[in-house]
Ligand binder design. Structure first.
Ligand code: ADP
Ligand code: MG
Length: 739
């Protein structure tokens, strides 16, 4: 896997344009070409990839580990011991002193607990080295503080982490230290999932199990099927000094007040514009750090909003790609600080301009190199493509509400349906060509065996072989078929993609299972191709409501979607109800992805997180009002009232706002307290109250505060203004640099 990426990476870098050297030490690299050279030499140098395994493990252990990675064998304790020895030697040769299981608890970002490779043995007073197979495979972090949604009561507080050998082990080199990181799942003592990775892995297995028998009807030689993921990470970059002067950015991850400057993104002059030097230096260093841990970053560019950017890698196996995304977010955060910058991953850090998403491109690959969502060269290939394409449409149609629920967070609520973001209504864009193909497919219902050949050929001729520019034909769709993959655009920048991917994998797996059963029945009556065409044609008719090729941003679509019976959950607490539906629990159980208890625990964790996060926002907002807004307003009003310069109108507007503000803040505080105290006995009621009453109330007060800000003299307003956050690259009183 890594080797393939490496070759691709070499190709990209060799063809790319010059990258200026980063500010970090480049080990002697001083020119642009040297930086490229460094990227090439260093790609994967901190990854225990196949080559490193071959070098550091005895042949039998290497072979055994590879078989485990391919899913053919279980890891035995004996092999684990041998692998641990080699892995440790590899890590120590690269300066690592500690090791950690690296896992993704439901609290959001990944977690780690470092142990040294050494152990102080008291009786002899000697320092001995540890790290056996047991420690490689399993760790027991004292995990009682991670959210478990009630799965782990305090008396059974221990959870444990277990190595996921399919994701490469790597070294995290930061802060002058080097730590061996072992990608792991995190489960309770009773074996229940407490993380994002476990259900993702189970959904990948579930999907493979249902897809394989179908693929083998066409290509008996196929042994493996796996989903791929290529994410596109959007983010804002803010000067650190300005960032730290905004308590709302620091505590809530977004600005809670502040008037939008006269120039936002109206001119669209930031998108794809020249990347500022300071940002380039940051990105170059991120790319280099990513290269060393084997993340194949490929693209970087300015996004639409001022100070907004995006980077994207080559796609990989979904599990590895998702680990890489989590790692990237961590590396970006660390590198930004070195450059006096802060990365903001929040989905909507600034009201009124674009938010940040993480478009997740998702497809299915076989070990023989077939992309199951890509049209092919022959009628046979195209029939297989149609099987997967139409089944995905049916799955999206039947589970649109679950897809919506999978991308629900307090941050994403503010983004979905906003500026250039997909709406909270799930539909699928398929494009005109595929629309025509599906029309033809519908004719298959009345099909007799004799006319089958003609129809297959007609469909084949209709399927365009190359979907030129398919991606750019509809940027407004939340789930777009882009020629050889589906692009889920609703995922938020700050989210772990695993949540949405688990749902996509699971609903498709469930649908394929039903399809295969139907096919077996039909094939008793007629031959395979006719049977497939008949079933697919029925699915097409049953899935029509989910297809929408028009403008998803328009008001008409909201009405049309309601007529079609598509769900439209505007807030997280409403969307999360879907997880409690019987059919949803049954689906996850049937496919072995989540038990009912695990599923319910996740619902609880996400609801709690919603309430707590919004409560932090509201509390921060209230503090900002008392500490900054009211004092500044009152001071200016006093000055205005003693001035004789005809300022009555300004004073009048200001005093009208100031007269109301304290009372409004008190009422908000009251609502906040009530909402929080409701949480214990009625989590759902509390969350709904935060979504429907408390947040809108805060937004209404904010509008007044922003009006007030615009009336104040510059020297009295002590918070950095939105204009500074968005347009000023470096806060230096002597020399301000604008983006
Ligand atoms: P663009 O959207 O800029 O036109 P592409 O469509 O080639 O570019 O790719 C966009 C993203 O889709 C990239 O992050 C890429 O890694 C990902 N991608 C491309 N092919 C696949 C695939 N088969 N599976 C998953 N992701 C893919
Ligand atoms: Mg794209």
């Amino acid at each position: 896997m890594v080797r393939v990426q490496q070759e691709r990476w070499v190709g990209t870098v060799a063809n790319g344009s010059g990258t200026p050297g980063s500010t970090a030490d480049l080990r002697g690299a001083s020119s642009a070409s040297d930086t490229h050279g460094a990227l090439l030499v260093e790609f994967g140098e901190l990854v225990f990839h196949e080559e490193a395994q071959r070098q550091y493990l005895p042949a039998f252990a290497y072979e055994a580990l590879q078989a485990v990675i391919r899913g053919e064998k279980e890891l035995t304790p004996e092999i684990a011991d041998v692998v641990a020895v080699g892995m440790k030697r590899w890590a120590q040769d690269r300066g690592a002193t500690h090791f950690t299981h690296w896992f993704q608890p439901l609290s959001g970002s990944f977690a780690q607990k470092h142990d040294t490779f050494y152990w102080w043995r008291n009786p002899e007073g000697k320092l001995i080295e540890t790290f056996s197979g047991r420690e490689l495979i399993q760790q027991e972090p004292d995990a009682s503080s991670f959210p478990s949604g009630g799965i782990r009561s305090t008396f059974e507080a221990r959870g444990y982490t277990a190595w996921d050998p399919t994701s490469p082990v790597f070294i995290l080199a930061t802060g002058g230290t080097r730590t061996l990181c072992i990608p792991s799942v995190f489960i309770s003592y009773t074996g229940e999932a407490l993380d994002y990775k476990t259900p993702l892995l189970k959904s990948i297995d579930a999907l493979e199990k249902r897809a394989l028998p179908i693929v083998r009807l066409f290509y008996p030689e196929v042994k493996r099927v796996y989903p791929t993921l290529g994410w596109e990470q959007e983010f804002f970059l803010i000067d650190e000094e300005l960032y730290l002067s905004r308590p709302d950015l620091v505590l809530a991850g977004r600005t809670l007040l502040g008037a939008l400057p006269p120039k936002g993104q109206q001119l669209e002059d930031h998108y794809f514009a020249a990347i500022p030097d300071r940002v380039l230096a940051f990105l170059a260093e991120v790319e280099r750090e990513c290269a060393r841990v084997g993340i194949p970053l490929r693209t970087r560019h300015n996004e639409v909003a001022p100070s907004q950017y995006e980077c994207a890698p080559w796609f990989e196996h979904a599990n590895i790609s998702n680990d890489h995304n989590q790692l990237l977010m961590d590396l970006m955060d660390r590198v930004a600080r070195r450059h006096g910058l802060r990365v903001v991953f929040h989905e909507k850090p600034f009201a009124g301009i674009n938010g940040s998403g993480k478009h997740s491109n998702w497809s299915l690959m076989t070990d023989t190199g077939l992309n199951l969502f890509a049209p092919g060269e022959s009628p046979r290939e195209n029939l297989l493509f149609l099987v997967f394409f139409v089944n995905m449409l049916k799955a999206a149609n039947d589970w649109e509400d679950l897809i919506r629920a999978s991308i629900a967070t307090e941050g994403n609520d503010l983004r979905l349906g906003g500026h250039e973001a997909p709406p909270a209504i799930i539909s699928v864009y398929i494009g005109e060509e595929m629309e025509k193909v599906l029309q033809t497919l519908k004719e298959a219902r009345a099909l007799r065996a004799s006319s089958r050949e003609k129809l297959t050929l007609k469909i084949h001729a209709q399927i365009p072989r190359v979907f030129l520019d398919y991606t750019d034909r509809n940027r407004t769709s939340p789930l777009a078929f882009t020629g050889n993959k589906f692009e889920l655009r609703g995922v938020g920048a700050n989210m772990n993609c695993a949540q949405a991917l688990t749902v996509l994998n699971t609903i498709l797996a469930g649908q394929l299972e039903v399809f295969y059963e139907e096919l077996q029945r039909e094939m008793k009556k007629r031959e395979m191709e006719t049977a497939i065409l008949r079933i697919l044609s029925e699915y097409v008719s049953a899935s029509e409501r989910i297809i929408f090729n028009g403008d998803n941003y328009s008001r008409e679509w909201v009405e049309e979607a309601a007529r079609r019976g598509l769900s439209h959950f505007r807030t997280t607490p409403e969307a999360l109800q879907v997880y409690r539906k019987k059919e949803v629990c049954a689906l996850f159980e049937r496919l072995g992805v989540l038990t009912e208890r695990e599923n319910h625990a996740r619902y609880v964790v996400r609801m709690e997180r919603y309430v707590r996060s919004v409560a932090i926002e509201v509390r921060t907002f209230i503090e900002l009002c008392y500490q900054y807004v009211l004092p500044a307003g009152v001071r200016w009003l006093k000055e205005l009232e003693s001035s004789s310069a005809g300022m009555d109108r300004v004073a009048g507007r200001l005093s009208a706002i100031l007269a109301e503000l304290p009372g409004q803040l008190e009422a908000l505080e009251e609502a906040l307290r009530a909402g929080e105290s409701q949480m214990e006995e009625d989590l759902e009621g509390s969350a709904l109250r935060f979504a429907r009453e408390i947040r809108p109330r805060m937004e209404a007060i904010r509008a007044k505060v922003d009006e007030l800000e615009q009336l104040l003299p510059a020297d009295l307003w002590r918070l950095p203004r939105i204009y500074e956050l968005l347009h000023v690259q470096r806060r230096n009183p002597l020399r301000r640099e604008c983006v």
